[in-house]
Design a protein around this ligand. Sequence first.
Ligand code: A3P
Length: 330
Amino acid sequence: MEFSSLSKPIVESNISTEALQKYKEEISTLPKEDGWSPLIHLCLYKGFWFYPYFLEGAMYAQDHFQPQPSDIFLCSAMKTGCTWLKSLSFAIATRGQYDDSTSPLRTTVPHDCIPFLEYGEYSTAEGPRIPLVASHLPYTFLPKSIIDSGCKIVYLCRDPKDTFVSMWHFFRKLENNRPGEGDLVSIEEAFELFCKGLSSHGPYWEHVLGYWKASLERPDKILFLKYEDMTKDTEACVKKLAEFFDCPFSLEEERKGIVQAIIKFCSFENLSNLDVNKTGKQVKKDAFVENSAYFRKGKIGDWRNHLTAEMGARLDNIMKEKLSGSGLTF
Ligand code: A3P
């Protein structure tokens, strides 16, 4: 992949209101269940639960998105560490252009450096663009054009207990941004829903399994990573990513400490303390997300502070059963 002369993507949705109307109508006919918020239902579409907002963009992408064969997709279920993966990938891919002191990650939340496919933020940029696109969509939902074009995919997953706890805190934060509109369900109720597969882009195990199986079938095209491995051996993961992007670190770069510099710059400690991530906001339609919501603790095993050992064991057993025979474990 050629990473020279990249421009920052313009992060604006280009999905027109008219185009969305068609999908809104289709979504209104789907089976619904109460979700984690009393106000927004989860809709069941082809075996996965979605908030309508994400589904509209997903349907639009399926019909309209045309990738470049060199595009690389950073895929993940929600709250598995996508902000970190985006930061590392951006820093790796643009290291010829920027260093720590000039990186757009200093002043731009990682989600605006690498936009999401399903927000329709991909095709507004004129001229060269960063060939990295993110998505929370399940594998079977990725636009066919992505698979047909042979695009590479990185998939990041995480221990389901930490993912669940992270998700509950994230949605609670979003809910607090809409005062007077109702509260998020308790963590115990949300846990029951999660165990039934009812969560944004859930069932979580189906999301993970889809990419896992695809990575076994097409290992040259799909790099499967775990948050826990990224935490325990970040250097190995960063090198693996660079190789997968076809821009491995040279000996000279290693000698100069570029790998370590990227790891340090993209660490939770550093990114979460940047002004943009402490005080900035992302405005999405009528809602907003504080950038700080993407940085909570960044630890393995925080679930123990929020779930009982029994709850943890129950979710572990569900995962074990659902993943049995696949070769994948957490
Ligand atoms: P916690 O809520 O457990 O702290 P996503 O980026 O997919 O939304 O996932 C968010 C999770 O990744 C949060 O987990 C967040 O704190 C963690 N995270 C964000 N930036 C990180 C970083 N640079 N390093 C490690 N973890 C990070």
